[in-house]
Design a protein around this ligand. Sequence first.
Ligand code: FO1
Length: 315
Amino acid sequence: MIAVLAGGVGAARFLEGLVQVVPPEMIVAIVNTGDDMVFHGLHVSPDIDIVTYTLAGIVDPLQGWGIRDDTTHALSMLATLGAETWFKLGDRDLAVHIRRTELLRAGWTLSQVTDAFRRALNVGIRLLPMSDDPVVTEICTPVGWLHFQQYLVQRRARDEALGVRFTGIERARPAPGVLEALCTAEVIMIAPSNPVVSIGTILAVPGVRDAIIASPAPVVAVSPIIAGAPVKGPAAPLMRAVGLEVSARGVAACYRGLIDVLVIDQADADLADDIRASGVEVAVADTVMRGPVEKRRLAEATLVAARTAVRRRSY
Ligand code: FO1
């Protein structure tokens, strides 16, 4: 079984490639929930939904989030009624949040809801929230601490990011199955997601980092930074905010002591020696996931990198 630590869009696209080369029932994705937020009284889990919709083949391909061809009648009415509508929730997407909230209020855990929804949408991969307990990713800015979605979506990441915190993390327990997956996985992968606010949040859940370090499985990460910039999202200011260089070298520094090998893009091949010298093995691949072929090739390259790491360890 392969355990994959996953954020939103980058992870979802990476998993699309992985299911082409590994049977889906052999994959468990552990998904960030620090971005979750309540909108209109409804529990929204953006990263879980992005991964679910993508693997179900219903995601909006341009945005990478939300549902393809969704309408926004409910949002228009909410705006008429004076609600804040900066977070664009489509009508079919809203149905998911209504049902999730209904089930959570009826006593289901987020894990149970996530599993029910991925089954209903024919997603073969097991999806585990990192925790069923509330954790909120917040960004320190000159105007104060902002919820990640306020920082990213409402204020379009225009505020200087000065720090990051995960409120509630000390009390968060790994969701059922998370530690078991990490302990029994043959390979642990870290998807090309934001290392600070997607993967960093998962790693901060008490017990998760230790479980990865204790695992005999090779641990391979894919750099979300290509030629000094993220493919999508606010990784650059957030990496700088925690003192990381915005480069594949910065990603390696972030995961040092945790991973055996980092897959970097061919555009960053000149950083390979430097990263190796810092104690992290490197595999160079085309990491730009343009379409299904590139996604599959990246998954294959990541698997090969993991297998090579196994060989290296056993010698
Ligand atoms: N991102 C945006 O930039 N603007 C939006 O209005 C927005 C709405 C949205 C609704 C549902 C959902 O699941 C995700 C949504 N996202 C939106 C994406 C989301 O804010 C982030 O990309 C993730 O939290 C980071 O992985």
